[in-house]
Design a protein around this ligand. Sequence first.
Ligand SMILES: *Cc1c(COP(=O)(O)O)cnc(C)c1O
Length: 381
Amino acid sequence: MTAGQGGRGAGGGRVVVDVGALCANYAHIERLVAPARLGAVVKANAYGLGADVLAPALAAVGCRSFFVAFLEEALALKARLPADAEIHVLNGLAGGEEVACAEAGVLPVLNSFDQAARWIDAARAAGRRLPATVQVDSGMSRLGLAPEELDRLLVSDAFATWIDVRLLMTHLACAEAPDAVSNRRQLSVFRGLASLFPVRPRLSIANSAGGFLGAAFHGDLVRAGLALYGAAPSPAQAGLLRPVVRVEARVAQVRSICAGAGVGYGLAFTAPRPSRIATLAVGYADGWPRRLGGRSSVAFDGRSAPIVGRVSMDSLTVDVTDLPDAAVREGAYAELIGPLAPLEAVAEAAETIPYEILTGLGPRLARVHVGAPAISEQACA
Ligand SMILES: *Cc1c(COP(=O)(O)O)cnc(C)c1O
């Protein structure tokens, strides 16, 4: 590995992923939702954290149901997972992917009558029943069969003959709001639709937040993403989960400036006193929100330092005047996300959600996986 190549080594920063904490979160949530089982949502490269490492680690602690968004993501994971693991493709069966999906033994999430019809055709062509997950829309109006489409499907002999329904799922629009009336309404619609199946399939309703709504929402399988990655779906769960992600940025330069000197584009910050400014080598091109300029802080060895001025494409500036010189030197690392700057707080300061922060972290930041005996200190960009 060459230093600086592809964001590794001496690049601008790194995303340190604690695989042990991920597995502890899996075990914790699995106990919480038992006797339902827990599936792992590893779409978008496991929320940007490295699905090729995290999915096998979750399989090693017992996970057998994985959810991705696209067939390509499923195909990339297939060989890394045990043969009895199921992979569901949430975004559905795209036209032209039927044969590849069937051959790989991946479960398409049938989201429309048309998708189901194409899967039936694929089964006929293959001369064998094909497994599938069926998603119904219980009120979110995003993905899934509308109730009348499900009626049409269930009266079709071809569907019963050719499709092996492994899971019936729906998705909640307001799971992180425990008091939202829509949660109960969606549950009741979903139960009604599930009762139309001649043989009751396994049921799945909840994402991470839904897993905390109580047993009625657990069904047979909970689909957790965010909570596995250590972020509380809502403030009520703060402290229940182990943080998994630390984001670190390298100090590119430290300078002393006089009172009255401006910092960065637009000179948006003016030093009120003689100051020391550290320039960190991570910017908005790495997914660090530009909006955090002047609104958030980073940490050096357990001490906070505010981000001052605007975030640039490849760097950001922090005021380290109050920190000891020795803590802030060129080549040292500052924590952008960590104990003093939790993911949830950073997202809030950026007026977004933890999902967007994680999935926005760019490829220049090396992913470093730590904390699992078998894969300790494994880097995979
Ligand atoms: C992304 C997704 C999940 C996981 O959601 P989290 O809030 O990260 O737990 C679950 N189900 C569906 C359908 C999803 O799209």
